[in-house]
Ligand binder design. Structure first.
Ligand SMILES: Cc1ncc(COP(=O)(O)O)c(C=O)c1O
Length: 390
């Protein structure tokens, strides 16, 4: 499949009904993903859940091989997670921190990720240090390097923030982490499915994400990547009969692949469907997807910038498909509701969820429009017409 927009939109039936610019919230799943999901749920209903899982073993395993292709890693470095936050917490709590260890993170860290750090500080007496952004809203690499000392155990960062349109320099950060031999955890929640991701080029040790955003998978699905060399150094905070084997009455053995971070019970239909979503994205091509998302977002930014009553909150060279803005004469909530009545989905990023980033940038609640490759130039134009028609 090439980037055949007409065919892609046929696979995305809601595009004939509405303009979906909330892809950073949850993108629209393509028909093959929806079919895979429903097919497995149907099989569970017809023959039983355990029997269906046995029958669908190859499709379940495809989850691992699809992500291995997407990230250029091995299948035993991939694990299922029910969502990105669960994956993030699972890996964070598996790191053998000692009291006084430091974690370096960025200002635009996702809210739940930052709460996980705060909780870890309370539980394990580690310290967090927030590296500020530079003038373009990207993490300042000089400040990051300057903050490194022997106590830094982890660099943990969101690649593409949820609430701002920048792309952080994840590869450069990987080089810094490698140079100083520091663990590197990357949140690829918004970048997976939007940008090509090669874990070797990124230099990350661990990566987490969710299925429902740019990968176009179902809700309630997620994934982790863990570099083979470090799996044995990470101890899951909880285990079960899938992540460990019960060798004798009082002994057990942890799995030696990334599945030591999984639970036995999972959303099997979702796992299969997310594998199909990854295949779908790979068939289109991650380079082509990234190019089109970048192009549509730049059209949107350009047109919004020409509207007097609107301020666009991001600028610079390294921008994602997420466009954040405020409108003078309407609150973010009013604008979101008005657009929804006109068949246009966007979202509102709230100060309460982004205390760190918005606090430092002096922002309150703002609007977020996030485009995907199945959107069109015509939709961007229509969006800008409706937004100014008050
Ligand atoms: C950058 C980023 N990280 C993590 C998350 C959390 O993902 P989940 O809701 O799947 O836990 C989100 C969700 O919006 C996100 O945008």
């Amino acid at each position: 499949m090439t980037l055949d927009i007409a065919r892609i939109r046929e696979h995305t039936p809601a595009t004939s009904e509405l303009i979906h610019f909330n892809n950073a919230g949850a993108a629209l799943s393509p028909t093959p993903v929806q079919e895979a999901l429903l097919q497995h749920l149907g099989l569970e209903q017809r023959i039983g859940g355990y029997e269906a899982a046995t029958h669908a073993h190859p499709q379940i395993e495809n989850f691992y091989s699809a992500f291995a292709r997407l990230f250029n890693c091995d299948t035993d470095e991939v694990a299922w997670a029910e969502n990105a936050t669960h994956g993030w917490n699972t890996l964070l709590h598996a790191i053998p921190f000692k009291s006084g260890d430091r974690i370096l993170t960025g200002q635009s860290e996702y809210g739940s990720n930052y709460l996980a750090f705060l909780h870890l500080c309370r539980l394990r007496n580690v310290h967090i240090e927030v590296i500020p952004n530079d003038a373009n809203g990207r993490i300042c690499l000089d400040r990051l390097t300057a903050a490194i000392d022997n106590n830094v155990r982890l660099i943990a960062l969101t690649h593409v923030p949820s609430q701002s349109g920048v792309i952080h320099p994840a590869t450069e950060i990987g080089q810094i982490a490698r140079t100083h031999d520091i663990l590197y955890l990357l949140d690829a929640c918004q970048s997976a499915g939007q940008l090509p991701l090669d874990v070797n080029a990124l230099g990350c040790d661990m990566l987490t994400g969710t299925g429902r955003k740019y990968l176009r998978g179902p809700r309630g699905t997620g994934f982790m990547y863990v570099r083979k060399e470090i799996i044995g150094t990470l101890t899951p905070a909880w285990i079960d009969l899938h992540s460990a084997s019960w060798a004798a009455e009082n002994t057990y053995q942890l799995r030696d692949d990334a599945r030591r971070f999984e639970n036995w019970e999972s959303f099997v239909a979702g796992k299969i469907a997310l594998g199909v979503a990854v295949d779908y994205a790979m068939e289109i091509g991650m380079e082509a997807i990234a190019k089109r998302v970048g192009y549509l977002a730049s059209c949107l930014r350009e047109q919004l910038s020409m509207v007097n009553s609107i301020s666009v909150h991001e600028s610079g060279e390294h921008l994602s498909g997420i466009v954040t803005f405020s409108k003078k004469d309407e609150t973010p909530q009013e604008l979101q509701h008005r657009l929804q009545s006109a068949g246009i989905n966007i979202s509102t990023s709230k100060l309460r969820s982004n205390v760190l980033d918005f606090g430092r940038r002096g922002l309150g609640d703002i609007n977020r429009a996030s485009v995907h490759y199945y959107n069109t130039e015509e939709e961007v134009e229509r969006f800008c017409q409706v937004i100014t028609a008050t």
